[in-house]
Design a protein around this ligand. Structure first.
Ligand SMILES: [Zn+2]
Length: 274
């Protein structure tokens, strides 16, 4: 039994998450949750409110569906063009963040396209790696843009949703000093809000502070599948790779969150070289 519950209990909980019959209004990924629960996207991590799904612009909805179909065929380049069209139409921090997550996944895809069987043709591999770095840099630029948008709005309004996007972007960019300030703003909001648990979970997991992260994670894990990524992240930081992998595998059977996939790749790399 660890701070975050037993492995078998966690796997059972992961398997109990069900498709919610709607897709993310920011990236079109399928959403897994438990009935009646507040839900975050299992790909881009954006918090989703019912009205955002109901009021999604038809032109953006069509582009999101088109992107999803392109990705189903691994047509990453065409999907990227669609993402560019979407963020021209909607420059909300959520949409910028979702686009950043797309480029992170695109970068991962190329990074892992390295073919060790090419032997004398390793040039192709270095081209792939170079392209992967460019895509990651694009992803980071979009995260900075999302932070900038949030900061501009937060000067005049205390919108916990925007503060949440800002914190997630800062954590992804490892700007933990800034993230700590943003978290203070989120925690000072008067109403209890599941976003508070999620935000504290993200910040404390990035710090590697499993002791303080545990209560937030335990609460978030009741409703958010993504909580299991943070459990795996903390387990991996504690060098408990086997336990982390046992959580990641059932989670990744439902989602393809880039960070979770990347963590699994890293663990498998360590296994190969051990
Ligand atoms: Zn999403």
């Amino acid at each position: 039994m660890s701070l975050y519950g037993s492995a078998s209990g966690n796997i059972k909980t992961i398997n109990s998450f069900q498709y919610q019959n709607y897709d993310c209004p920011f990236c079109a990924s399928r959403i897994f949750g438990r009935a009646g629960s507040p839900i975050s996207c299992n790909f881009c991590e954006m918090h989703i409110e019912k009205w955002q799904i109901e009021r999604l612009r038809p032109d953006i909805r069509a582009l999101l569906v088109s992107k999803k179909n392109l990705l189903a065929n691994n047509s990453w380049d065409a999907a990227a063009k669609t993402v560019e069209q979407i963020i021209k139409l909607d420059q909300s921090p959520q949409m910028l963040f979702a686009a950043a997550t797309f480029y992170e996944a695109y970068s991962n895809y190329f990074w892992h396209s390295v073919n060790y069987n090419l032997n004398g043709y390793m040039e192709q591999n270095s081209v792939n790696r170079e392209f992967s770095w460019q895509l990651l840099s694009k992803s980071k630029t979009l995260l900075f843009e999302a932070i900038k948008e949030c900061s501009a709005h937060l000067k005049t309004t205390r919108d916990i949703n925007l503060a949440f996007v800002k914190l997630l972007a800062e954590a992804k960019l490892s700007r933990l000093f800034d993230a700590k300030e943003t978290l203070k703003m989120i925690n000072s909001a008067p109403d209890p809000d599941p976003l508070k648990d999620y935000a504290n979970m993200v910040y404390l997991s990035h710090l590697g502070d499993s002791k303080h992260a545990a209560p937030y994670i335990q609460r978030a894990a009741l409703t958010e599948l993504n909580a299991f990524y943070y459990i795996a992240m903390l387990l991996a930081k504690e060098k408990k790779n086997d336990e982390a992998k046992r959580i990641l595998l059932p989670m990744l059977a439902k989602t393809n969150m880039p960070r979770a996939m990347e963590l699994l790749f890293k663990i498998e790399d360590v296994e190969r070289t051990a």
